[in-house]
Ligand binder design. Sequence first.
Ligand code: CTP
Ligand code: MG
Length: 180
Amino acid sequence: MFLILKTIWILLPSYTPNNFAVVFGGGKPIDFGKNFLDGKRLLGDGKTFRGFIFGVLGGIFIANLQYLIEIVANVKIYSVLNYTSFVLFASTLAVGSLLGDMFGSFIKRRLNIERGKPVPLLDQLDFLVFSLGLALLIFPDYFKSIFTTSIIIIAFVITPILHFLTNFIAYKLGLKEVPW
Ligand code: CTP
Ligand code: MG
């Protein structure tokens, strides 16, 4: 149980950017409304510059809160890294998360799936793969000190489950029209 909570904590800088994008997104789409070679939209209207920028900033904001909480509560998960390393690492997780989200949309458009239509597993794991992958690529040492093998395995198991649970709760609370 502790390891699951620890994994969720570690993943917050990957999880939260899309929520900020949903709240603060809109405006100019990243693909500028352009189509790909197949004549379909490159990414679609759901991927905007504002969503990307506020998503990254939101993820970094949450990460800073986490670092502060760890210092105050004397917990050592992210605070094993010094502050500068931590901010760089968390920013990489946040950027990777939104790049993965864009990649997912790119794939969905190629498969002729409309903006907003759910694709199980792709929607839940694209951001995770890119977030972890980018962090591993840019900061392999920090990555290995935070993401142990068990944390990574738990991450891939709990993320689709958490996604389903949070959406289901949002649906029951009347915040969402559909339970996915
Ligand atoms: N959003 C945004 N910019 C981003 C990511 C998300 O503005 N880079 C906003 C959009 O308003 C988007 C909403 O967050 O509609 C939900 O995000 P997501 O589920 O990722 O996009 P979808 O609209 O479902 O589009 P897609 O089918 O391409 O995933
Ligand atoms: Mg969606």
